[in-house]
Design a protein around this ligand. Structure first.
Ligand SMILES: *Cc1c(COP(=O)(O)O)cnc(C)c1O
Length: 343
C-alpha cells in the first residue's frame, strides 16, 4: 500500500482511520463482539454506534453471511432479521471493522464485496495480524485502511505503545497525518481541524526499526511452533486446534485452542497447577460488557461469540519458546483434558 502513518497506539490507529473517514453520530459501524474492547470503543468515542455481527466459529472472525444479514436488517429496520442496537431506526450504515483475531486475517474478499455493494468503508483491525497474508497480499492492503498495534504483546512489539495505519488513499493519509498532530495544517501552529496528540514516539520508532530486521525470521518461528503444537495436539480428544483457511497465512499472535469436550476453566486451572500459564482472550464478548449496556444487547444475541468466550484458551507462545517448554505445555495439556470425553 502507498501510505503507512505511524501513531501512538493501535487504539489511536483505529480512531485516526475512523475520524479521517468522517465517522460520527448517527453512523452504524458493523463489527465483531469477539474482540478486544478497543475495536468498538473507538466507534462509541466518536458518537457512532457499534452494530455487532457474530463470528464464524471456524476462524473467530466476522462472518460475512451474518454481516450481509445485519446490513439488510438495518436497511429494512427489522431487528427480527438480525439483532440491532437501541436507536437503530436513526442509524445509517457507514463502515465495517473486520478484526484479524489471534493473527488470522478476516475474510476480506467476502466482506469487501458486501462493503463495495453498499458503499461501506472497510477498516481492518490488524492489531494482532501484522505480518499476516491472504491470497499473497499483506493485511495492510486488504481493506480501505488497516490499523495495527506495536504494543509489546503483539507480533511486532515496541517497548511501550505504538501503532500504524496503512492505506492506499492519499486523502485519508493526509487527513490522518494532520489529525495525529492536533489537526495541523501547513505547519504545527496552523490548526485546520480538531485532532489528537497521537504521534509515534521517536524512541519507539527506533526500537521498531531495529526489530524490523528480525521480524521475518520471527514470523517463521511462530509458524513452525504453531505447526508443532498442531501435530502434538490435534489428536487430543475434546480439543480443537486452530486452522488457517486455504490461501491465508496467520501472523500467529496467539495459539488458541478450543475446549469442546472439556471444561475450559478446569483445564486452565490444571495447567496453572502444572506451572503453565494459559490466557483467555476474551472471557466476555463486547455485547455483554457493561460499557455497552446502552446498546441493549443481551445473552443469546451472538451465540458463536458467547460459545467461543467459554471455550477458547491461548497457550504459551512466541518466537523464542524452545522445544523443551513446548513439550511441557503439550504434556500438561494432554493431562489436563479428561480422557474419553471427546467429540
Ligand atoms: C491490542 C489491540 C487493539 C489496541 O491496540 P493498543 O496498541 O493496545 O491500543 C485493538 N484491537 C485489537 C484486536 C487488539 O488486539
Amino acid at each position: 500500500m502507498r501510505h503507512a502513518v505511524g501513531c501512538s497506539s493501535g487504539t489511536d490507529a483505529l480512531l485516526l482511520a475512523l475520524m479521517a473517514c468522517g465517522v460520527g453520530p448517527g453512523d452504524a459501524v458493523f463489527t465483531t463482539p469477539f474482540t478486544f474492547i478497543a475495536t468498538a470503543e473507538v466507534v462509541s468515542l466518536l458518537g457512532a454506534t457499534p452494530v455487532f455481527v457474530d463470528v464464524d466459529p471456524a476462524t473467530y472472525n466476522l462472518d460475512p453471511s451474518r454481516l450481509d444479514l445485519a446490513v439488510r436488517a438495518l436497511d429494512a429496520g427489522d431487528p427480527a432479521l438480525h439483532p440491532l442496537p437501541a436507536g437503530y431506526e436513526r442509524l445509517r450504515p457507514r463502515a465495517v471493522i473486520a478484526v484479524d483475531l489471534y493473527g488470522l486475517p478476516a475474510d476480506y474478499d467476502a466482506i469487501g464485496r458486501i462493503c463495495a455493494g453498499c458503499g461501506l468503508f472497510l477498516l481492518g483491525d490488524a492489531a494482532q495480524s501484522f505480518g499476516a497474508e491472504a491470497r499473497g497480499r499483506r493485511v495492510g492492503a486488504l481493506g480501505d485502511a488497516a490499523a495495527t498495534s506495536f504494543f509489546p504483546a503483539k507480533p511486532l512489539g515496541c517497548y511501550g505503545d505504538g501503532g500504524m495505519v496503512f492505506t492506499d488513499r492519499d486523502d485519508l493519509a493526509d487527513t490522518m497525518r494532520s489529525l495525529r498532530v492536533h489537526g495541523k495544517g501547513g505547519h504545527k501552529y496552523d490548526n485546520v481541524r480538531i485532532g489528537l496528540n497521537a504521534r509515534l514516539d521517536t524512541l519507539q520508532a527506533a526500537i521498531l526499526l531495529a526489530k524490523f530486521d528480525a521480524f521475518p525470521a520471527e514470523l517463521d518461528r511462530r509458524r513452525a511452533l504453531a505447526g508443532a503444537y498442531a501435530d502434538a495436539l490435534s489428536t487430543v480428544d475434546g480439543l480443537e486446534v486452530p486452522r488457517e483457511p486455504e490461501g491465508v497465512r496467520s501472523a500467529w499472535a496467539q495459539y488458541t485452542v478450543r475446549a469442546t469436550g472439556a471444561d475450559r476453566d478446569a483445564v486452565a486451572e490444571r495447567l496453572a497447577q502444572a506451572g503453565i500459564p494459559a490466557v483467555v482472550y476474551y472471557p466476555k464478548p463486547l455485547h455483554l460488557q457493561s460499557a455497552f449496556r446502552g446498546l441493549g444487547y443481551g445473552p443469546g444475541d451472538f451465540p458463536e461469540a458467547e460459545r467461543a468466550s467459554r471455550q477458547v484458551l491461548s497457550l504459551p507462545f512466541g518466537p523464542y519458546l524452545d522445544p523443551d517448554h513446548r513439550g511441557r505445555v503439550v504434556r500438561a495439556l494432554q493431562d489436563a483434558v479428561p480422557k474419553g470425553r471427546g467429540r
